[in-house]
Design a protein around this ligand. Structure first.
Ligand code: BES
Ligand code: ZN
Length: 456
């Protein structure tokens, strides 16, 4: 059996930044490292080419009546910048005080390795176990999985499993694990405003043209009400009410609002008036400006009226908001509100639908929930309680993994998501890290789940 921490370190050394076209070698290296590991475990590994980054598919077949678990993960990571804020280099993994530091340690190389290591151990002990396993490891999660739809259509048959198991979400602490029951969806828009056809002298022409930066700020500002709600007509129409059991579960979260605001470094929250911050990220949609620019950004001053101004907007969606419909509402609203002195160009970006799953025995559990999914949920519940010493929480999370809704829509597959990192893991930020205790426990829990599924 390989050393799981060493295997994560090896993976982290490959800078597999999917958004960066110069990271080709890092992407390939991470893929090769995973491919070699899975081949060594007896899996049949296929590198599936896509228009951008290949998908790694690895299967252990078996009899058609054996349960079939699809284990999902992604080998791509976010860019490491700003590099100067890291205490050790992002792609030189380092263990300090029980944490492994490096880009991708928590999102998603470490949590993916939880399940790979669990499978390796499980198969070493039970080489003939009656369980089919397929690893589905993509390389475009961090950029909205543009190739996934096409891939899914082509590989439907290989992915006809019973459910998906993954760890790409968070838990409140290394001891209190969450089984994630929902993810927010997402839409992204690039907005460009053009005023005069060229940059102008702000003295010679100031006072006669609408500055596109001014117009853009007004447009952005119009998207929120003073109460913190999103001010786009129709935006909330499809939002489903939250189930009572979900609110009760949130009561068990055990986090303090003041600790959260300290963690964020803000003195007050900016959440919808009627929601706690913990409810806001899980149950409410949100809107953010991810970048805004235009005009002169250099040293000192420049007296200019810029020709153009830009903003990148993204929105997190909750069930049952539909990404394409919401995108349309935004486009119509911006068009309606855009002052006549400037012209508006909107480029829709990637999008993904929200996802919700009900564990067994809840008021919203489908009557026809598959027995294998129900068994897997119960196995996960028990394994987590045994290994971590605490019952898991069943909570939605604020982040998005768009392919989870796609797998449900196209293949009818639900997902069991075990949160194997925490907010202190700094995903997408400098000093990203993996709590090694949480990691090792995760391997034990995942192995127990596999045992139960195989009837061992
Ligand atoms: N692991 C995250 C998603 C996540 C984080 C879910 C925390 C729940 C809690 C994933 O790698 C991610 O960052 N997803 C992107 C998707 C986007 C690019 C479409 C996200 O949420 O921004
Ligand atoms: Zn991520």
């Amino acid at each position: 059996m390989f050393d799981p921490v060493e295997a994560v370190k090896e993976l982290v050394r490959f800078p597999s930044v999917s958004t960066d076209s110069s990271s080709h070698e890092g992407m390939e290296g991470a893929r090769r490292s995973l491919g070699t590991l899975l081949t060594g475990m007896g899996f049949e590994v296929e590198v599936v080419e896509t228009p951008l980054h290949p998908v790694l598919l690895a299967s252990r077949g078996g009899e058609p009546d054996w349960p079939h678990v699809i284990i999902y993960g992604h080998y791509d990571v976010q860019p490491a910048d700003p590099l100067e804020l890291w205490d050790s280099p992002a792609f030189e993994p380092e263990v300090r005080e029980g944490f492994l530091f490096g880009r991708g340690t928590a999102d998603n190389k470490g949590p993916l390795m939880v399940h790979i290591a669990a499978v390796a151990r499980f198969l070493e002990k039970h080489p003939d176990a009656p369980l089919r396993i397929t690893f589905l490891i993509e390389g475009e999660e961090e950029i909205g999985s543009p190739s996934f739809g096409g891939f899914l259509e082509r590989y439907k048959d290989r992915l006809a499993g019973d459910f998906v198991l993954l760890s790409d979400t968070q838990s409140p602490s290394p001891e209190q694990i969450t089984i994630t029951t929902g993810l927010r969806g997402i839409i992204c828009l690039d907005v460009e405003l053009t005023g005069p056809k060229m940059d102008l002298h702000s003295g010679v022409h100031g006072g006669v043209v609408l500055n596109p930066i001014h117009a853009l700020c007004g447009l952005c500002n119009s998207l929120y009400t003073p109460e913190g709600h999103i001010n786009v007509p129709g935006f909330y129409d499809d939002v489903l009410p939250v189930y009572e059991w979900e609110r009760e579960e949130l009561q068990r979260l055990g986090l303090e609002e003041s600790d959260y605001s300290d963690f964020l470094g803000v003195s007050r929250f900016h959440a919808p008036e009627d929601a706690s911050p913990f409810a806001a990220i899980r149950f409410h949609p949100s809107l953010d400006f991810n970048g805004i620019w235009g005009g002169y950004q250099g040293e000192g001053s420049k007296t200019v009226i810029p020709s153009k101004a830009f903003v990148k907007i993204s929105c997190r969606l909750v069930p049952d908001q539909k990404p394409i419909a919401i995108q349309k509402l935004f486009i119509e609203t911006l068009q309606k509100r855009c002052p006549p002195q400037v012209s508006l160009n909107i480029i829709p970006g990637h999008s993904g639908a929200p996802y919700l799953v009900a564990p067994p025995d809840k008021p919203n559990t489908p009557k026809d929930q598959s027995p294998i999914l129900a068994k897997a949920f119960k196995a996960a519940d028990q394994a987590i309680e045994e290994v971590y010493g605490k019952r898991p929480l069943y909570l939605r999370e604020g982040g998005s993994i768009p392919i989870i809704a796609d797998l449900k829509k196209v293949l009818g597959l639900d997902s069991i998501m075990l949160g194997m990192c925490t907010q202190e893991s700094n995903i997408h930020a400098p000093n990203e890290n993996l709590h090694l205790g949480m990691f090792q426990n995760g391997i034990n829990a995942s192995e127990k789940i596999l045992n139960t599924l195989a009837g061992l």
